[in-house]
Design a binder for this molecule. Sequence first.
Ligand code: SAM
Length: 239
Amino acid sequence: MDTASNQALRRALDLLIDPPVDPDTSKGYLDLLGAGSDAPKNSGTIQKWWASPVGSMLYDRAQLLNRRLLAVTRPPVDWLNIPSGGVVLDVGSGPGNVTAALARAAGLDGLALGIDISEPMLARAVAAEAGRQVGFIRADAQRLPFRDETFDAVNSIAVLQLIPDADAALSEMVRVLRPGRRIAVMVPTVGRGPVRLLSKGGARFFGQDEIGDIFEELGLLRVRTKSVGAIQWVRGQKP
Ligand SMILES: C[S@@+](CC[C@H](N)C(=O)[O-])C[C@H]1O[C@@H](n2cnc3c(N)ncnc32)[C@H](O)[C@@H]1O
């Protein structure tokens, strides 16, 4: 491990519950799913698409345009209140540009880690964004590999709709968040018209209060939801 991005992965190893004896970083990310996972799988068309080289490339281009045009698709970096030198987690990081934006907010001594299950997405993220303060890990959101109360902020954009056990993923995100720190997730809510067709591809839609209620059940404070069309942000703070 000698490149700049491997410095980030070396720091990431210190945050794991069960660090591997012989870590696989051969593809530029730390692969923790090489031996498989017992987490439930999404076998729908949309996740298959995000797990393919062509699908991940098309998603990467589309999300860049989306984020330029639609403010609601950008992460609430200021609200997350990331301290200088803080450690941030981006769950379902896809092409990794949001992870890199979170790292910039954490300053020169900060660290942002993106986790994803898709190898082509991780390959794109590593090529475009990996560096001294940005690292990527192949892991499942339903079984986060990190120790309790590790992160100064947790962010997840457009991922929970693809996760079979979204409650488990949310509970994991809150578990790894430090007390007093903030979490923000973006999900699609029950929509009208063509957007509903996405459910045929294995993506689910959440009720208006569903994620907010789960946040409260998990003990989060200052739970806020904001919906724009079928896109909803839910934010909360760990006591
Ligand atoms: C629509 S993309 C969003 C990517 C990124 N958050 C963004 O906003 O650009 C959804 C991502 O979630 C990932 N994903 C799906 N299920 C996952 C799981 N169980 N654990 C981790 N990542 C997952 C997919 O591989 C994909 O990269």
